[in-house]
Ligand binder design. Structure first.
Ligand SMILES: Cc1ncc(COP(=O)(O)O)c(C=O)c1O
Length: 386
């Protein structure tokens, strides 16, 4: 049997990983500034994480949500503390798309409405509702198409206000990333998020903060939306939550009420997933990784800004992007194959950096040196072809 060929892959086989590094099957070491799409939050194979998951696996790996799972309560308490949202409730699931699917559904159950406001360049996942609120028609199948989604320009407060004035009583929810990831590291402005919060309150709509990529401390605060001083009604989380173990969740403000059977999943919140998620939060706390993300991120951004030719260096904490001019379009590929550094991209010309929150200054310095070297080579090649 062949694999269903949907992923454009790099011809690299990773066999070992530690902290911010991975190694291929020929022993080559790579600096990982991408974390497999922003997933590696506390660093690869962190000893506390490995021990907690291994210990749990030796006790009980899985049982369904038909019995008491005290680890879930322990996780909820820890998450409430670290996120500063102790009065919210936690529903656990398995992926970012599933988290958003549940958030949109819960909003609609809550207010009985159907319309959702989403924004240009948003990415919220690939399941039915999540993809319907994603601004990329090429991944929306005919069966996912719906008239219930209103796309507005990102960061356009006037358009948002006008939309609520016209159809505010029909709007169930507004879903927004605090910093768009797939869309190219584009930050929602503080005033835009404050406007969403205000209009949702005024019209009885639910404010959904998609924190799947920009959350879990990556921006230098637990939720990137926290930089705007707003409280969303639902936060969705995934990627960094399990440091690679598939675990996701939504946290829900107290005015949204549960009912038996309203939401559900077989795998969500299983013992092993909770152990992984708890280990991540314990390391985030013990090693002050949110503060490290803020500090290492500011340093990295400052260093990038000093490099002539890199355009629009932007981001917060360790969610960073910059644009590369056309003659340097091979930069990402060259960083990977010549310098052995993983980075990410966003179309058409953005390089995205989403390293572990434990990134060290020496790794930033090594990256900057490699980046300058590759730019120098590309500059030379561009001059020859002129
Ligand atoms: C902001 C955002 N939301 C949702 C998702 C979907 O997450 P998953 O791939 O775990 O379904 C992603 C994935 O990249 C994302 O970046």
């Amino acid at each position: 049997m062949n694999l269903f060929d949907v992923y454009p892959i790099n011809d690299i086989t990773i066999v070992k990983a530690k902290g911010s590094y991975v190694w291929d099957n020929e022993g080559q070491q790579y600096l990982d500034l991408y974390g497999g799409h922003a997933v590696i939050s506390i660093g690869h194979t962190h000893p506390h994480y490995v021990n907690r998951v291994t210990d749990q696996l030796n006790k009980v790996g899985f049982y369904s949500n038909s019995i008491r799972i005290p680890l879930q309560q322990e996780l909820a308490a820890k998450l409430g503390k670290v996120s500063g949202r102790g009065d919210y409730s936690l529903f656990l699931c398995n992926s970012g798309a599933e988290a958003n699917e549940n958030a949109l559904k819960l909003a609609s159950f809550h207010n009985g409405r159907k319309k959702v406001v989403a924004f240009s360049k948003s990415f919220h996942g690939r399941t039915s509702l999540a993809v319907a609120v994603t601004d990329n028609p090429s991944i929306v199948a005919p069966i996912n198409q719906t008239d219930n989604v209103i796309f507005l320009p990102f960061n356009d407060e006037a358009a948002l206000e006008a939309c609520f004035q016209q159809q505010g009583k029909e709007i169930s929810s507004v879903i927004v990333e605090g910093i768009q990831g797939v869309g190219g590291i584009r930050e929602a402005s503080a005033t835009f998020l404050q406007k969403i919060s205000q209009l949702c309150k005024e019209y009885g709509a639910v404010f959904i903060a998609d924190s799947v990529q920009c959350g879990y401390g990556r921006s230098g605060k637990f939720f990137s939306h926290d930089h705007a001083g707003v409280d969303a009604d639902i936060y969705t989380m995934a990627k960094g939550m399990g440091n690679g173990f598939p675990v996701a969740g939504i946290i829900i403000a107290p005015h949204l009420k549960p009912k038996h059977g309203l939401l559900g999943t077989t795998f969500g919140g299983n013992h092993l997933a909770c152990a992984a998620a708890l280990a991540v939060l314990e390391v985030i706390e013990q090693e002050r990784l949110i503060a490290n993300a803020a500090e290492a991120g500011s340093y990295l951004i400052a260093q990038l800004k000093k490099i002539p030719g890199l355009q629009n260096v932007r981001g917060k904490g360790l969610m960073i992007g910059f644009d590369v001019p056309e003659p340097w379009k091979d930069l990402k590929k060259n960083l990977l194959f010549n310098q052995h550094i993983f980075t990410g991209e966003a179309k058409p010309n953005t390089i995205r950096l989403l390293p572990s929150l434990a990134l060290r200054k020496k790794d930033v310095d090594a990256f900057i040196e490699s980046l300058e070297e590759e730019i120098h080579v590309l500059e030379g090649a561009a001059r020859v072809t002129e």
